[in-house]
Design a protein around this ligand. Structure first.
Ligand SMILES: Cc1ncc(COP(=O)(O)O)c(C=O)c1O
Length: 415
């Protein structure tokens, strides 16, 4: 049955989330995603858009990557289903071994979850058990999810909305401020520091030279575990498998989600070193998740891991990132409206003039056939995240559309 866009919007407004629809409506974005393929999504009314939001990396490999679709089909044909999380499973064991081996440092275990927030909960619970400390340090306006625990480790206002803020146990410090971090750790009573390697919802500010390494050293001194939230930055987006590798940091715990699903079947994982994973020897039922590590998800994720591990994948990401960098630099020289380009591999934040600059650009790009989303905690920064297999022609098309959108946003302003 072909549904009209208006009827889909109306039904979702009534039964799913009225406020979200109202907000996008106010901005003038009425996207209802229909067909999707590679870097493209098609609005239900037929309009074609290049997707550079890619749901935070969920569509890292593009939409419906043929090998991922084939892996899904294969999983169904293998006569498997979600499986039973209490018993050993060949697929779960194989994926866990692959992820442990792909991770930096001396990781030992992999605990599966159904999504990123749950995987962050597992990371925090593991650090608390390992250190027998309760306090967690994160950065002001970091984003680690929306469950009770992961939400409390982020923006306090949002956690308070559901009365799940816990300011005595969840402390925050400004990003790129080693002195504030030192202060927070000085009583040796912090279980873990959790950091997105490049904080997405804050608009991808890049870690300053040496900052993450310094934080890791402070953690070691204070008996605190370092949790790398690589939900958005992992799986080859940065030009390395994990963005922490770019900054020479070896975490105690690493969280991956979104792109691990291949955009097809939900799965996330928390990868733990010996200290962080010791609880797995003590009480195997301390954390369980019916859908965590579902066997279909494991089969799909194994294919994701295989694709990102091919040497040609990282080679391509690094080559196209340089091409993108040069193209964005040329645009910045042309438009003073684009005040800053923050880029690490195919992770980019574009900062525009004015508090709402990125919201204006989101709308203008939407009108020009690109879906890019503003950063939730800094509305002047547009998240710009082309998928891994972006080629020169796609970068050129994106630059043309960015150029047009900037001309529209600044018409009559003299910029
Ligand atoms: C950095 C980061 N961590 C954790 C999460 C939570 O993941 P999920 O939405 O799958 O629960 C997100 C989601 O956007 C994220 O961006």
């Amino acid at each position: 049955m072909i549904r009209s866009k208006a009827s889909v919007v109306e039904q979702n407004k009534r039964y799913v989330c009225p406020d979200k629809i109202r907000i996008f409506n106010q901005i003038g974005i009425d996207l209802v995603i229909g067909r999707r393929e590679g870097p493209y999504i098609y609005d239900l009314d037929g309009k074609k858009l290049i997707d550079v939001h890619i749901n935070g990396g969920t569509y890292n490999l593009g939409h419906r990557h043929p090998e991922i679709v084939a892996a899904m089909r294969e999983a169904v044909e293998m006569s498997i289903d979600i499986g039973n999380h209490h018993f050993p499973s060949p697929l779960r064991g194989e994926l866990a071994q692959i992820l442990v081996n792909l991770s930096p440092g001396d990781m030992k275990y992999c605990v599966f979850a159904a999504g990123g927030s749950e995987a962050v909960d597992i990371a925090i619970k593991s650090a608390r058990h390992a250190t027998q400390r309760k306090k967690i340090v994160s950065i002001d306006n970091g984003y680690h999810g929306r469950t009770g625990i992961s939400g409390a480790a982020g923006n306090a206002k949002t956690a308070a909305f559901f009365l799940s803020d816990a300011p005595d146990d969840f402390l925050t410090v400004p990003f790129n401020d080693p002195a504030a971090m030192k202060n927070a750790l000085e009583n040796n009573d912090i279980a873990a520091v959790i950091l997105e390697t490049i904080p997405a919802t804050l608009g991808f500010p890049l870690p300053e030279n040496g900052y993450l390494g310094e934080v890791k050293l402070m953690c070691e001194k204070a008996g605190t575990l370092y949790i790398a939230d690589e939900v958005q930055t992992g799986l080859a987006r940065s030009g390395k498998i994990w963005a922490v590798e770019k900054f020479d940091v070896v975490p105690d715990i690493l969280v991956t989600a979104k792109g691990l699903s291949g955009g097809m079947y939900p799965i996330a994982a928390t990868i733990l070193n010996e200290k962080a994973g010791a609880w797995l020897h003590q009480d195997g039922f301390a954390h369980v998740s019916t859908f965590g590590g579902s066997e279909i998800g494991c089969h799909v994720a194994k294919k994701v891991a295989e694709i990102i591990s091919r040497p040609e994948t990282l080679e391509h990401v690094n080559r196209i990132s340089t091409y993108l960098k040069d193209a964005l630099c040329a645009l910045q020289n042309k438009h003073s409206f684009l005040v800053e380009v923050r880029q690490c591999g195919l992770i980019a934040g574009l900062k525009f003039d004015g508090d709402m600059g990125a919201v204006m650009m989101s709308k203008a790009l939407y009108d020009n056939g690109v879906w890019a989303m503003f950063s939730g905690y800094d509305l002047s920064v547009l998240q710009f995240k082309p998928y891994l297999f972006t080629d020169n022609a796609l970068v050129d098309a994106l630059m043309e559309k960015l150029d047009q959108a900037m001309v529209q946003c600044t018409a009559g302003s003299g910029q």
